[in-house]
Design a protein around this ligand. Structure first.
Ligand SMILES: *Cc1c(COP(=O)(O)O)cnc(C)c1O
Length: 389
């Protein structure tokens, strides 16, 4: 059996895959089993921050794997401690809990918000306001926090305690906080799976004001936009707010599974020994790799992210067949005249890997994609967008 047949026979059928088996890669170029190469503008859904098989990162994780690969959290290990230090120093957050994925980072954020509010205000204060069209993960609780009904079907009853408001509806959120004892407001600053829509700045400022007045925690899900993709280390720095909890994952590990929940002043001491844990969380190999990634998210790299972003916006805005371009940094959504799915497939055929988000084409290139490579891919995309049906 070839790989496709093996997968069909033995892997649970939860994914709609492209008809391609990727075999190797280097930087922003991926190669399939036939030797065909692709310029990758998806980065394994915002995970491979510095592209495929990045040499520096691969050396670090290989060295750590040859030294000490796992200890459990019963012992101290240096990569975990160093990564937490780097994240806190660079973000201004105070403490970090490590897990293995985005949904786990959000689970930890939700548990922490509930504990903070219930200890301070009593058992009834557990409600969390989320936004319509959000995506926070696939566990039963993070599904409950996800404001898109089509993910919920067949999995009810979900965890209770979540309320929903429309993006931009400040009065609606105020009304919810008047009606319910609210522990937290949880949001993605750029709604990724929802269509790459950045929240309006004035709306985010209003959320921060409501939260401050009522001691409601701000929980910022930066699983997708975090770790340099926004043009800052974290997107809240672009918005000028200070969340109480930031969850992140995807790009942090450069390709290995990691989740991180970052706590601010109000929340750094909420979780006590025994309150939460993860067998693999803080794994030395993963953390050593993540230290390398975080260390390379420098002002120069972030300036590059902004420049590449500006290039994509400038090239595609107003281009034939393109109705609009949205997003932040190197997380970009393109509204196309033709069906986005058709464009994604034609790009694949033409050797460019792009993604979809709702009815848009989504780009999540590596943060260090070379300018020439990006230009080549965008030129191909433009040609495909401009085609008539
Ligand atoms: C991908 C994503 C998640 C879920 O992350 P997993 O690692 O798949 O659990 C949660 N929130 C946002 C914003 C995401 O983009």
């Amino acid at each position: 059996m070839n790989v496709k047949e093996l997968d069909a026979a033995y892997v649970a059928g939860t994914y709609g895959r492209f008809p391609v088996t990727l075999q190797s890669g280097k930087g922003s170029i991926a190669k399939d089993e036939t030797g065909k190469t692709y310029i990758d503008l998806g980065s394994g859904i915002a995970v491979d921050s510095f592209g495929y098989a990045d040499g520096e990162w691969a050396d670090v994780i290989a060295k750590q794997a040859h030294t000490l690969q796992h200890t459990s959290n019963l012992y101290y290990t240096e990569p975990c401690a160093q990564l937490a230090k780097a994240l806190c120093e660079k973000s201004g957050m105070k403490k970090v809990f490590f897990s293995n994925s985005g949904c786990e980072a959000n689970e930890c954020a939700i548990k922490t918000a509930r504990k903070y509010a219930q200890e301070k205000y009593g058992k009834d204060r557990y409600w969390i306001i989320c936004l319509e069209n959000s995506f926070h993960g696939r566990t039963i609780t993070t599904l409950a926090a996800t404001g898109q009904d089509h993910y919920h079907h067949d999995f009810t009853p979900l965890t209770e305690g979540f309320l929903f408001a429309q993006v931009g509806d400040v009065e609606g959120i105020k009304a919810l906080t008047a009606q319910y004892p609210v522990a937290a407001i949880m949001f993605e600053l750029v709604q990724g799976e929802g269509g790459v829509n950045p929240l309006p700045h004035d709306f985010v400022t209003a959320l921060a004001e409501i939260a401050k007045e009522q001691d409601i925690l701000l929980v910022d899900d930066e699983v997708q936009i975090g770790n340099g993709r926004s043009g800052s280390l974290y997107a809240y720095q672009e918005y000028g707010i200070q969340p109480d909890i930031v969850s992140t994952a995807k790009g942090l590990g450069g390709g290995l599974p990691i989740g991180a929940t970052l706590f601010g002043e109000k929340t750094e001491g909420v979780l006590k020994p025994g309150d939460h844990g993860s067998t693999f969380g803080g794994n030395p190999v993963v953390c050593a790799g993540a230290c390398n990634i975080v260390g390379r998210i420098t002002p120069a790299l972030l300036a590059g992210v902004k420049a590449k972003s500006a290039y994509i916006f400038k090239s595609l805005e107003g281009a034939k067949g393109v109705k609009g371009v949205c997003g932040l940094g190197l997380m970009i959504g393109i509204e196309t005249q033709r069906d986005a799915g058709a464009i994604v497939n034609e790009c694949l055929e033409a050797g460019v890997l792009v993604l979809k988000a709702k009815d848009k084409v989504r780009l999540l290139p590596a943060l260090n994609i070379p300018d020439e490579t990006l230009q080549e891919a965008i030129a191909i995309m433009k040609t495909i967008c401009a085609k008539e049906d």
